[in-house]
Ligand binder design. Sequence first.
Ligand code: NDP
Ligand code: GDR
Length: 370
Amino acid sequence: MKRAIITGITGQDGAYLAELLLSKGYEVHGIKRRSSLINTDRIDHLYQDPHDENVRLVLHYGDLTDSTNLIRIVQQVQPDEIYNLGAMSHVKVSFDTPEYVADVDGVGTLRILEAVRILGLAKKTRIYQASTSELYGLVQEVPQRETTPFYPRSPYAVAKLYGYWITVNYREAYGMFACNGILFNHESPLRGETFVTRKITRGVAQIVLGMRENIALGNLDAKRDWGHAKDYVEAMWRMLQQDAPDDYVIATGVTTTVREFVRLAFAELGIEVAFTGEGIEEKGIVVACHHPDFQVPTGQEVVQVDERYFRPTEVELLIGDPSKAKTQLGWAPRYDLAALVQEMVQADVLLFQRDAYLQAGGHAVLQTYE
Ligand code: NDP
Ligand code: GDR
């Protein structure tokens, strides 16, 4: 039985990857931070009683800022594969906590590589590093591929640049099987609530259920290449099953503006939204509502622009060329944008129907700072 360690198992990708590896018969060890509230919501459906001797999902407390625990866990597990997904992954927040991000997303990667090396596992343990399309930053070439020069535009991206190169360096210096997956944005119903797609699908669900009037967003012109996280974790696994380590772009090859994502999300529930005005004055307004159950009045301003969501330096355009992954990994996305939007909107409607029911019964529901 293969053993894998996943850092960041409580995150979006960690949850899908744990599910995938368990389905393939792996013993999965997840590294989880201690938090004052339980934060395993995304993997609770995979829970296995730790007292059961055949348990195949084991959680360890740990943190990427603490090499002592990483070394201990790697020594104990002797993993065949490590997927380093743990990170402070929010680009805007990285401008507020730049030093912490450098420590976790940059030096954290080094700590994993060093743990494997000093424990003498360099030839046994294969490593996946969660690199990102944010490395491309300021547009140098379109579409972006493995050979496109990097130009990071946030403390997050700069920290990930270190993670990328230290992974390449350990591969070259010590012959380690270490791969960078340069993944473009990928989303799902498990996406963190403050990333733009989920913020939109949650907002749409709340608006149709009469729980709020509008959503405030930042740069509506930004273009992203959005795929589904379920497809992308499959690519991570495939990278570690190859004969030789390498770096791969994982993307759909299609790019869409934030504005268009908003339009598609409302359209999923039969609501037509048109945009008027420019810059900070731009608004999204309902022009028709065709849904039999949800009545959102024509003329309601459902989207506003708030400059608090602008970034000091922005990444305006991302579109990836996944040809290498298609040829060498046999990987192709199964979801297109329409299927992704549909799944996310429908999941959030269900979620907020539950909240609306609880609210009607006098119960407090959780609020999210977006
Ligand atoms: P999430 O933000 O959903 O999950 C991040 C995970 O990292 C969580 O489990 C989080 O724990 C954990 N984590 C945060 N800080 C630490 C720390 N100091 N020590 C240990 N663990 C920590 O991210 P995603 O699942 O979306 O992304 C996974 C990885 O892929 C990240 O590295 C991200 O930067 C990268 N990536 C993501 C892309 C995307 O579009 N989703 C695209 C390209 C790269 P907790 O639950 O306690 O917060
Ligand atoms: P990104 O994702 O920065 O690409 O990083 P995010 O969804 O946060 O932003 C995408 C684009 O939307 C614009 N935007 C807004 N973003 C947020 N969060 N909130 C808003 O209200 C809003 N309005 C407009 C942003 O300016 C941006 O242009 C994600 C993360 O998962 C990273 O960890 C990962 O590396 C990259 O994707 C690839």
